[in-house]
Design a protein around this ligand. Sequence first.
Ligand code: GAR
Length: 207
Amino acid sequence: MKTPSLVVFASGGGSNLQAIIDAIAVAELQMRIVLVISDQPNSGAVQRALTNSIPVCAIPYPRQATAEQRIAWESTAINVIDSFTPDLVLLSGFMRILSSATLSRVTVPILNQHPALLPDDGGDIVTLHDGRTIPALRGAHVVRDALTQNLPVTGCTIHRVVPEVDRGPVLARAKVDIVPGDDEASLYARIRAVEQPLLIATLQKFE
Ligand code: GAR
């Protein structure tokens, strides 16, 4: 059977990209990363891809991009993706919102990683196993938001991407307790520690 091919969009350090590279290297994951696309040419994710001989398409995203520049960026990215004919696309710390027009041009599943708990129903409330509820945190600073809102618990979610940002069907999630003395760095470190195995387990379902 053909090994599924994966395109990864990433803006940041790329620790999750590295987790995928490592899982493939030890045959824990039967997948090929055929391309990494980034809006941040100097990012760790781009560096990790280059170090591992993975093709990279790094297109700088203009500051304060106009609608036309955003369309141009996405259109270039989609044309590049098309030429790699992936079976799956993953947004792994990709800090841009793709337009619904662009999403509709991608015919394979697109997954997104989110460093907070999101509910099954795309709503604004997450119900925990013990019946407590917390707000669904969305946006770019959700680890910090979990602390400033004094939540008892946060976590991470992997979901299918739909045009409504961070509201697509949930594929997997994991809870992370917030402990006294936590700051953004300590909490994010514990989220990453559960997020990476969750990502690999989720990707295995697409093998
Ligand atoms: C991950 O924690 C992912 O959940 C988050 O970015 C991080 C990327 O880390 N995604 C978002 O915040 C998307 N809004 P990495 O660059 O080290 O893999």
